[in-house]
Design a binder for this molecule. Structure first.
Ligand code: ADP
Ligand code: MG
Length: 508
């Protein structure tokens, strides 16, 4: 073995139920090297890193640190091996300042806070971190919080650093600062693994790139010998035909006309930037993009759940034939016009369903909001629940079984089914097949196609390009909150969409 290798993974496999998150993955990173891990959403990057940092344990395979096989069973084990991970979601205590967070848990008898402060400051100076160590976390920007996380693992002696999509939350200037720090760490002999979806960042920063696709290890290449094109090809692979039914759209009408939408998030970052497109009745419009490119904000904007700083959303009401600007309407008014949103978040039960209640009561939750009396509606939800159970083949003992006892696929059918049952004119479904097995996924695709055939304008946010290319009539691609392209689902090439997804603001 090359004795310059800091960390190596061999044949790592990890499954979650029927999902194979990592399949026989190999990886190695040297001291004094920045290795990028590249892969689409759900390709298994975070899972792999979580095994290196002791959050999950592999089903199969081995991990070597400095040439010795190790067993990493907890974050503490990883820490003892000088492995430090900076997660996508920070793990800081809000009411503490930077120093307090950095030393958290270290305070023993011999612990000297004065000495620690001095050493932390030295770490900052050495790598060029600009941070006020006495600032409280709740007063910090995302970038400052990230800096605290990095300083924390460095101060605690990490030699192998893993950063999971650190640039996703940063501005271009902050990214450049982070990269400068990472280069200094590399020059200091640290082994650095950075996960990013952005090809230009990979090309700019890393020495080598390892690519994962749908849990499989595709290969590792030298960055100097790679291009955006070659990396995209590795990342997306050949188009796989899935044989999803896709009838030709007919009698399409402009149902939603979105013009120049602008939206800022709570941190003042522009999350929607001049978004314009048309969603037509009788058509499935796909939305592709790396996670966090503005998909969520866009759908929420249409549903009236986002504060917009510019643009308009014109809804052509098929009943009244009137054009309505949804921007002036409340979420309830928008819903009542027939614009329905079904969003499947990572935590399925977090959104729109109450886990302890049965399907019938969850139906009522929705109808109750329509302003009718709960009492009068009791029969209707039960009927509706049973119809959804029958139509969508939801596996449940009965309509009153608490939803949390159902499998993920069945919960998702209930979520989508409830929106469909409201006879929408616009149906927005975000990640409706997340974590589902093949059969349940096809049930959902067919449901969406059925709605399209009924003349509904369907908007489908998906993660799998093969699915988007087989299911959708047109595909809108988002990158960094902007529309980088709208392509024909029947003729577009996978690499073309891959490139649009990673098109950066700088590369405009
Ligand atoms: N704790 C978990 N339980 C069930 N499925 C999971 C879990 N963590 C990840 N997965 C699944 O494993 C696959 C890989 O996920 P992940 O490693 O997060 O991908 P990436 O970081 O590349 O986006 C996905 O299909 C995801 O849904
Ligand atoms: Mg991830």
């Amino acid at each position: 073995m090359n004795n310059n290798i800091a960390l190596e993974c061999r044949g790592i496999t990890k499954t979650f139920g029927h999902v194979v998150a990592n399949k026989n993955v190999n990886l190695s990173v040297k001291r004094g090297e920045i290795l990028s891990i590249l892969g689409e959403n759900g390709s298994g990057k975070t899972t792999l890193m979580n095994m290196i940092s002791g959050i999950y344990f592999p089903d199969q395979g081995s991990i070597f640190v400095n040439g010795t096989e190790v067993s990493i069973r907890s974050p503490k084990d990883a820490f003892n091996l000088k492995i430090g991970m900076i997660h996508q979601h920070f793990k800081l205590v809000d009411v503490f300042d930077a120093t307090e967070n950095i030393v958290l848990g270290l305070s023993g008898k011999k612990f000297n806070i004065k000495k620690a402060k001095k050493e932390i400051q030295e770490t900052c100076d050495k790598y060029g971190f600009e941070i006020d160590l006495s600032k409280k976390i709740y007063d910090m920007s995302v970038s400052e919080k990230q800096t605290v996380e990095i300083v924390k693992v460095l101060y605690r002696g990490a030699d192998i650093l893993i950063l999971d999509e650190p640039t996703a939350v940063l501005t271009p200037q902050e990214i450049q600062k982070l990269f400068a720090v990472l280069r200094r760490m590399r020059d200091d002999g640290k082994a650095i693994i950075i996960i990013t979806h952005k090809l230009h960042e990979v090309l700019e920063l890393s020495d080598r790139v390892s690519v994962l696709r749908k849990g499989e290890y595709i290969g590792t290449v030298n960055t100097a010998e790679s291009t955006e094109q070659s990396l995209t090809e590795m990342m997306v692979g050949e188009k796989i035909s899935l044989d999803i039914d896709r009838p030709e759209p007919h009698d399409t009408k402009d149902r939603l006309v979105v013009k120049g939408l602008d939206c800022f998030n709570a941190d003042g970052v522009k999350v929607l930037d001049d978004i314009s497109f048309v969603a037509k009745s009788g058509e499935i419009l796909g939305i592709a993009g790396i996670a966090g490119s503005g998909q969520r904000e866009l759908l929420e904007a249409i549903a009236g759940l986002q504060k917009l700083s510019g643009g308009e959303i014109v809804y052509n009401d098929p009943k009244t034939e009137k054009a309505e600007n949804l921007r002036n309407k409340t979420p309830i008014e928008i819903k009542n016009l027939g614009v329905r949103l079904s969003f499947v978040p990572e935590d399925r039960l977090g959104m729109g369903l109450v886990g302890n209640m049965g399907i019938a009561d969850n139906m009522m939750l929705r109808s109750y909001k329509r302003g009718k009396s709960m009492f009068l509606e009791r029969k209707e939800p039960k009927k509706l629940a049973n119809k959804i159970i029958d139509d969508l083949k939801v596996v449940t003992p009965d309509a009153n079984t608490p939803v949390r006892r159902l499998s993920g696929g069945n919960v998702q059918k209930v979520l989508v089914g409830r929106e469909i049952a409201a006879s929408p004119t616009v149906l927005m479904a975000a990640y409706p097949v997340r974590g589902l097995d093949i059969n349940s996924s096809y049930t959902i695709y067919n449901l969406l196609t059925e709605q399209k055939e009924k003349g509904v304008a369907v908007i489908f946010v998906g993660e799998d390009l093969d699915v988007l290319l087989d299911l959708c009539d047109r595909i809108l691609v988002l990158s960094d909150g902007r529309v980088t392209g709208i392509v024909d689902g029947r003729t577009a090439k996978k690499e073309e969409i891959g490139l649009l997804m990673t098109k950066s603001k700088e590369g405009k």
